[in-house]
Design a protein around this ligand. Structure first.
Ligand SMILES: C[S@@+](CC[C@H](N)C(=O)[O-])C[C@H]1O[C@@H](n2cnc3c(N)ncnc32)[C@H](O)[C@@H]1O
Length: 256
């Protein structure tokens, strides 16, 4: 059995397979650590034209995905699992997905369903009957739920043990600890006249860790003050934050 199984209900399974079978997630699927399985909603239609959408009641532009094929596709997945699988509908009107949701989904479920809408969306009665949560990946509207579903699947699967080389790969990153990540550099030590900060070449691991922490705090302070407001700094962080505030005040003084 895989450690994480994500079923994606979609009209475009090939687009899911094309992306999810590549790179790190593709390798994790080959190694049976995770499984990302698209299901063609159209296979569950009961009409000869295999039509999945119809006009909206009340009039208006566009088409709405009908409840029946979605429900039957969803039911087939639940029957395969042997239980009612936790179900998330990708929706521009849903709650905004965050790293905390990725961690929650990874901790609470070893299988869940992502439903991709298309056109004007899906019949509300399918949502009432089968969906546990509605999630948005941001305040904008896409043509379909495939990119949001792949976004969530990717964010969750990379937290599953064995997908990345080591837990520190995702624990040190932006958002995991409530901060943005420090800047990263690779070889060469000088490129286009721009040098890598000396401290990173010093071999002093304690000093490097302190520098990285301070730069993570600096970035978060400058780019995402909303995140810093929610962040609970420890003693060392508080000291670094004081240093940063003094540095920034000095910079402002010299610029004035
Ligand atoms: C054109 S959108 C429908 C938008 C819908 N009429 C509305 O105003 O909220 C088609 C599908 O794309 C997906 N989608 C679009 N934007 C999204 C977003 N920001 N987050 C998650 N899913 C989204 C949803 O599955 C949706 O059913």
């Amino acid at each position: 059995m895989v450690a994480m199984h994500i079923d994606i209900l979609t009209l475009f399974p090939d687009s899911i397979n094309a992306v999810m079978s590549e790179s790190i997630l593709g390798r994790a699927q080959k190694n049976d650590i995770i499984r990302i399985e698209p299901h063609q909603i159209r296979d569950y239609t009961t009409n000869r034209q295999m039509q999945v959408d119809d006009y909206p009641y009340g009039g208006g532009q566009g088409m709405v995905m009908q409840a029946q094929p979605l429900h039957d596709c969803w039911q087939a997945v639940c029957q395969d699992a042997g239980y009612r699988v936790h179900t998330i509908y990708m929706s521009a009107a849903g709650r905004r997905f965050t790293q905390a949701d990725a961690i929650r989904l990874k901790e609470n479920y070893d299988r869940f369903i992502l439903v991709c809408g298309h056109y004007e969306g899906v019949d509300e009665r399918f949502i009432e009957e089968c969906v546990d949560e509605e999630m948005s990946i941001g305040d904008f509207v896409l043509t379909g739920g495939e990119l949001p579903a792949m976004t969530i699947a990717d964010a969750v699967c990379r937290l599953v043990p064995g997908v990345l080389a080591d837990a520190s790969c995702f624990q040190d990153e932006s958002h995991y600890s409530g901060l943005l990540e420090y800047p990263q550099y690779s070889r060469p030590a000088e490129w286009q006249g721009r040098k890598v900060p000396d401290i990173l070449l010093s071999g002093n691991h304690v000093a490097i860790a302190r520098w990285r922490r301070k730069e993570a705090l600096r970035r978060t302070m400058l780019r995402r003050p909303d995140m810093l407001e929610r962040y609970q700094p420890d003693k060392q962080d508080r000291k670094l934050l004081d240093e940063l505030r003094q540095e920034l005040a000095k910079q402002e003084e010299t610029q004035a």
